[in-house]
Design a protein around this ligand. Structure first.
Ligand SMILES: NC(=O)c1ccc[n+]([C@@H]2O[C@H](COP(=O)([O-])OP(=O)(O)OC[C@H]3O[C@@H](n4cnc5c(N)ncnc54)[C@H](O)[C@@H]3O)[C@@H](O)[C@H]2O)c1
Ligand SMILES: O=C(O)[C@H](O)CO
Length: 386
């Protein structure tokens, strides 16, 4: 028997019961649900990661939909419990949904939502921040200052890497990878090499146009290349940022062998999912190559780091904060709530989850659609017109 979990309730007499496993930023998401006759229950348990049992207790006997978090294990057990309670909708408050067994959701006819777009630039900005922090050794230098070790300017003090004119490599040039590439190309005049399963024509056009602009102004033009393999990116780039989804094909994509292909002074950034890198191999590589640097927002066994990583001066580590801006987190909460609400109300799935702006406009009611349902096709859900 699952233990009871503490909750906060909005609109107790609402017809539809929607549970959020965590308190989420902003109030718009709560208001949108309440206005549409939902009773909203928010888990207030003082526990960062809820277990499957905790969530079963939250779902209870009657639940129309759940908004959950990427730290939770949404598999057969939870979808079966949600379906038994009459639930038809689940949304992660995240774009990544590797914590969700979509086949299990399909089996129980539960729609699975995610929150694309609203976090694209925010996440890319953190990847850019880590790139600069690693290239210019900002964390090491900050620690040095605070330790009272600075005795005056020296020619060799904290010499790092200049990005201008170097090559940035992007693995996974989807929404976030492309936004990051544009920032680094335009902001730092870097050349681009990328690898993705699909061609990113818009990104290529952007770099071409910027290169032409630079040339017309008497500067060295930037260039782009779509690599035929990921290894080509690893071998040629000076700064590499990982932005693929995590699935079976990207698990330990960067392993011992691939680390050894990279330049000795390369910089590796990961704001995707921790398991895209073999973190044990990475620690060994950092130890053996002190000029190689990494910037990590995500870790293989979050919230833990593999032994030795915390001791490495050539690693900058932050706790999975890439989407953590107020506007973005409030928007993620709104999209997640509207995914669940839309399914409960029988609305269609939005035709283009890359264009979710109409759902984020606080001055107008959101469209009558679910912003992003990843299994819309598998469940044969109707699709809205834009
Ligand atoms: N650190 C964070 O807080 C944070 C924030 C947002 C997103 N993310 C992660 O970033 C991921 C990407 O988000 P997005 O919105 O850009 O998604 P997206 O779907 O737009 O982009 C993912 C890209 O990866 C590519 N890809 C898939 N398999 C690949 C492979 N084997 N090799 C190379 N490329 C491959 C896809 O073709 C796609 O272009 C999310 O799935 C999530 O895990 C993390
Ligand atoms: O996938 C995501 O959205 C992130 O990891 C959290 O923003």
């Amino acid at each position: 028997m699952a233990k009871p979990v503490s909750i906060e309730v909005y609109n107790p007499s609402g017809k539809y019961r929607v549970v959020s496993t965590k308190s989420m930023p902003g109030t718009r998401w709560i208001n949108l649900l309440v206005e549409q006759d939902c009773r909203v229950e928010i888990c207030t348990q003082n526990k960062t990661i809820l277990s499957v049992d905790d969530i079963i207790a939250l779902i209870g006997d009657k639940c129309d939909g759940v908004i959950g978090q990427l730290t939770e294990d949404w598999g057969e057990t939870l979808f079966s419990a949600l379906s038994k309670a009459g639930g038809k909708a689940f949304s992660n408050m995240a774009v990544g949904y590797n914590n969700v067994d979509v086949n299990a959701a399909n089996k129980y006819g539960v729609a699975v939502g995610n929150t694309p777009g609203v976090l694209t630039e925010t996440t890319a900005e953190l990847a850019a921040s880590l790139s600069l922090a690693a290239a210019r050794r900002i964390v090491e230098a900050d620690e040095f200052m605070r330790a009272g070790l600075y005795e005056g300017w020296l020619p060799h003090l904290f010499v790092g890497n200049l990005l201008k004119g170097q090559t940035v490599g992007v693995i996974g040039a989807g929404r976030i990878g492309s936004a990051y590439a544009r920032m680094m190309v335009e902001g730092f005049k870097m050349n681009l090499i990328y690898f993705d399963l699909y061609q990113s024509t818009r990104l290529e056009k952007f770099v071409t146009a910027y290169g032409e602009f630079l040339k017309a102004n008497g500067e060295q033009p930037v260039t782009w290349k779509r690599a035929a393999s990921m290894d080509e990116v690893l071998q040629q780039a000076d700064l590499i940022s990982l932005h693929p989804i995590l699935d079976k094909t990207t698990y330990h994509l960067v392993n011992k062998e691939r680390l050894s292909m990279m330049k000795k002074e390369a910089i590796l950034i990961n704001c995707s999912r921790g398991a895209v890198i073999d973190e044990v191999a990475l620690v060994e590589h950092l130890k053996a190559n002190p000029m190689f640097r990494v910037g990590l927002d995500v870790f293989e066994d979050e919230p833990f780091m593999k032994p030795g990583l915390a001791d490495m001066k050539n690693a900058v580590v932050v706790p999975h904060i890439a989407s953590a801006s107020k506007w973005t987190r409030e928007g993620m909460a709104t999209l997640a709530a509207l995914n669940v609400l839309g399914k409960i109300k029988g609305y269609p799935a939005w035709a283009d989850p890359n264009r979710v702006e109409p759902f984020l406009n606080e001055n107008a009611p959101p469209p009558a659609a679910c912003p992003s349902i990843v299994n819309a096709k598998a469940l044969s859900l109707p699709v809205s017109k834009l």
